[in-house]
Design a protein around this ligand. Sequence first.
Ligand code: BES
Ligand code: MN
Ligand code: ZN
Length: 515
Amino acid sequence: MSDFSPTVTAVSSAVQKVDADALVLGVAKGPDGPVLLPNPLAEKAAKGVSDSLSALGATGAADQLLRLPGVEGFKTETLVLVGVGKLTGEPDGGVSLESLRRAAGSAVRQLSSAKSVALALPAATVEQVAAVAEGAALGAYNFPHFKSSQKARSKTPVAEITVLTELKDKNTAPAVARASAVGAAVRAVRDLVNTPPSHLYPESFAEEVKTQAKGTKLKVKVWDHKDLEKEGFGGLLGVGNGSSRKPRLVRLEHSPAKPAAHIALVGKGITFDTGGLSLKPSNAMTTMKLDMAGAATVAAVVAAAAELDLPVKVTGWLCLAENMPSSTAQRPEDVITIYGGKTVEVLNTDAEGRLVLADGIVAAGEENPDAIIDVATLTGAQMIALGLRTVGVMGHENLREDIVGASENAGENHWAMPIPEEAITGFESTVADLSNLGAREGGMLNAAAFLREFVPDRADADQTALDPEEKRIPWAHIDIAGPAFNEKGAYGYVHKGGTGVTVRTLISYLEGLTR
Ligand code: BES
Ligand code: MN
Ligand code: ZN
């Protein structure tokens, strides 16, 4: 795994002396053509660039990148114009924080041959400085570890990021440090998701998490195959049975002195999903190394909570298994017993995520946290419902809305999707408590309804209450199936492959609990 991490700093004095390979300015799409955004160039130089925008072909469209010779008065060799997209028409200059993240990320991503980049994008407030820093930290990424040539392997992304600002505010440095930590968390998820299943399997995943937790205050506990058998984790065992690489459950804990709340995060960690005996067709099987993105997200968010010293107790539960067909694989019509005792008739071995998550949700609930949030690449139906860039958030109404609100602050698209009453119909089994296969229509919501059956009651629940929702631990389910992996072209700060989506939303959600 990579230990690459760019340095990110904000500089507010003598910006002309900043020695970087490239100086990036923003160009927006104005109502009457391209507009050069506020920048630290001398008036004459700025006018020169501004006047030639149209002639240079600059449109201000997002992801457009133009390289020009350096300008007088700056030490940088190259002047770079990056498109920021349409102006919002707001009085704050009309550039949203997310367009700043994307523009900074796009520039740093596309300038990968540069060692150092200085960004002169709108940065007049702490929020704007933070957005530019965060976008840049997200753009600085590559994954060359499996290339054979030394040359390819030693290529690093932009390693030195400088955010130019006039702002002198004591809150800038911590905001930039936070942006850098968020960037590291997202890159960690991308690395795990991009690592091929030949190299990432339950045992190696658990080892990697242990390695990364060394030297931090995080507590790590790993259940190996024997432990899972002893304690009856039937979901993980059933799904993992077809593979010679046995399942693992990992519990991570960030435990500050006076926590404002305890949030449990549960992640789906199928290191490869062949579908099992309900085998996927080969075209649907490629990309299925992504199926552990939920667990990677959970691991990275717990680590970020520790790194940022958030005053919230966070426990992370990684449900790790490889879903393979073999003579030891679970069969359609097998009945398994989920941790805690509920039985499930497995009618489709490709609906495996809900089985391992059920184990994890019950185990997380035993500690009576204030909320349980699971993150999973759970259903193909997520993509049919919401597309490739919008994450679905289901479950407890207030919790769901809080997560969606946090995603708006973070600049990620998460949509609330209430679970309709009928979603659980179809999961009836004639032999077990439930089957794992519901209706095809509304598959994302049905899967959520299945998971909800495993959410334990609060320790202090009023057992006479009739509404089960009142008794249950508040629970939300986040389906990242499509957005977790970018098979199409790179854009903004999003590279091809693993995206690290939902990391920023969850960090922002945890931060919001203490405000
Ligand atoms: N891991 C898949 C879901 C998935 C599909 C994620 C495509 C990302 C991209 C999951 O385990 C799965 O196979 N789900 C089935 C469920 C069905 C059998 C009820 C699906 O969505 O088809
Ligand atoms: Mn599957
Ligand atoms: Zn799966």
